[in-house]
Design a binder for this molecule. Structure first.
Ligand code: NAI
Ligand code: MG
Length: 353
């Protein structure tokens, strides 16, 4: 099978870590029968400065028409508002209908407090439809925003959460050690207050997960505020968490803090027929150009992308090579307390692959 993969380094350390993502895909053993074709694509602030747009139409068209998957690095946002500039990753998610943002948060084996969860965030609606308005009243200005929740989006995000729970169970059943026994999906909401919007999310997610396909998946619910409390006290309790856009955004950054460096945490933006792997970190201007960015978030994002292209075996190889590097702990980048350069970490992990 030949997979066509778009490479979008973006800005800052995106340019230093995306090449590592390409190299790990190329280094997968031939016995897996996978071949890759890469297409270099541009997006980001530098692209904006050069061309007047942060997301060229060509990038969108090639991803849509030609690519099976892609790796997206990071983009810098100007600190002051710049006319005409808006975040290309947000636009990409919208234009390509990448409706699920998937973020696994996992410690390496043997960690004192093991964590192994995936946060599945709805990516297309909720407050992020950005329908806001401000108006004057005798008491001063009032601003309001629409929180839109649809049955369609809630159903498909719960369905993919159920599928991820089943896939994780399959991987455990294949003999991979885990802290979890059975598959579990936790539906997150605040329907005690927002009975219509979050209420619709909750009941729709429940219905989707009641499908006989998911009969082995346990389903529970948790109100988002108590979820934060439990996430920090007892993170090992969670397997797959599904949440509307805003709660998912906040929970997934919070959960990333549980495992140390941002340089470790991958994500994927998933739609029909396309998956884009993306490290969770930004362009890290404070360390760019020094060759010390941690490539692991990107390597794991490449593996996560492969999972959604149904190449689970290839993904498992990458995860295992990364975990071996981390558990040995000899060649670590500075964000993890080591002194290794990006290049040395990549070489070590490729060697283990
Ligand atoms: P950041 O994630 O770029 O950096 C936060 C801190 O983590 C920095 O100290 C950085 O050196 C460190 N760090 C991040 N990734 C690392 C890696 N792979 N290896 C080692 N250390 C790493 O977030 P920050 O500083 O808030 O934002 C910088 C720029 O990135 C801004 O312009 C921001 O808008 C943009 N950004 C873009 C994102 C994206 O493209 N999805 C996400 C977050 C921020
Ligand atoms: Mg975020």
């Amino acid at each position: 099978r030949t997979l066509r993969i778009g490479l979008i380094p973006g800005d800052g350390i995106g340019k230093e870590v995306i090449p590592a993502g390409r190299r790990i895909l190329e280094a997968l053993p031939a016995s897996l029968g996978l071949k890759f074709e890469f297409v270099n694509l541009s997006a980001g602030f530098e692209t904006f400065e050069q061309t007047g747009t942060a997301l060229p139409d060509k990038t969108v068209a090639i991803l849509k028409l030609e690519c099976d998957g892609a790796l997206f690095g990071a983009v810098s946002s100007p600190t002051h508002p710049v006319k005409g500039y808006s975040s290309p990753i947000v636009a990409l998610r919208k234009k390509l209908d990448l409706y699920a943002n998937v973020r696994p948060v996992k410690t390496v084996l043997g960690a004192a407090k093991p964590i192994d969860m995936v946060i599945v965030r709805e990516n297309t609606e909720d407050l992020y439809v950005k329908e806001e308005r401000t108006y004057d009243t005798p008491e001063g200005k009032v601003a309001e925003a629409i929180k839109r929740i649809s049955q369609r989006a809630s159903s498909r995000i719960a369905t993919i959460a159920g599928e991820i729970a089943l896939r994780r169970q399959k991987i455990r059943a294949a003999g991979n050690p885990s802290i979890h026994k059975g598959p579990l999906v936790t539906i997150t909401h605040k329907s005690n207050v927002l009975s219509q919007t979050d209420g619709l999310f909750r009941t729709t997610a429940r219905e989707a997960l009641a499908d006989p396909r998911f009969s082995s998946v346990a389903v529970e619910e948790q109100i988002v505020d108590s979820m934060v409390y439990k996430l920090f006290r007892q993170p090992e309790a969670y397997d797959v968490i599904v949440a509307p856009n805003l709660y998912g955004d906040i929970l997934s950054d919070g959960a990333a803090a549980l495992v140390g460096s941002l340089g470790l945490v991958p994500s994927a933006n998933v739609g029909e027929g396309l998956a884009i792997g993306e490290p969770c970190h930004g362009s890290a201007p404070d360390i760019m150009g020094q060759g010390i960015a941690n490539p692991i978030a990107t390597l794991r994002s490449a593996a996560l992308m492969l999972e959604f292209l149904n190449e689970e075996e290839a993904a498992a190889r990458i995860y295992a090579a990364v975990d071996a590097n981390l558990s040995e702990g000899k060649l670590l980048s500075p964000d993890l307390g080591g002194t290794a350069k990006t290049e040395e970490v990549v070489a070590d992990i490729l060697g283990r692959l």
